[in-house]
Design a protein around this ligand. Structure first.
Ligand code: ZN
Length: 96
């Protein structure tokens, strides 16, 4: 993996498991095993395996294959914004 200074702040990167609690709050279920298909490269990855940047205003989730932005989450005092136009879809197991 590239570690140059020019590289995209990989030192600040964590994975999707780091925001498992936040995702659970939003979706009401564990989302780390849910699959997200990247709209840019069509690769599928578990939400828990996405590249996550929490140092931005809000949270940015990126594709581990092509690094395209898959989703952004911003919380304000009165609302949660979830933008996921970089995801072709999210797929989660049906609950009994
Ligand atoms: Zn991708």
């Amino acid at each position: 993996m590239e570690t140059d200074e020019g590289d995209m702040n990989t030192a600040l990167m964590v994975d999707g498991n780091a925001i498992a609690g936040q995702l659970q709050q939003i979706f009401g279920r564990d989302m780390t095993m849910a699959m997200a298909r990247c709209a840019a490269c069509a690769r599928e990855a578990e939400m828990g395996a996405l590249m996550v940047f929490t140092q931005a205003p809000g949270v940015v989730l990126r594709c581990p294959a092509c690094q395209a932005v898959i989703a952004r989450i911003v919380e304000t005092p009165t609302a949660i914004y979830l933008e996921a136009r970089g995801a072709a879809f999210l797929r989660m197991a049906a609950q009994p």
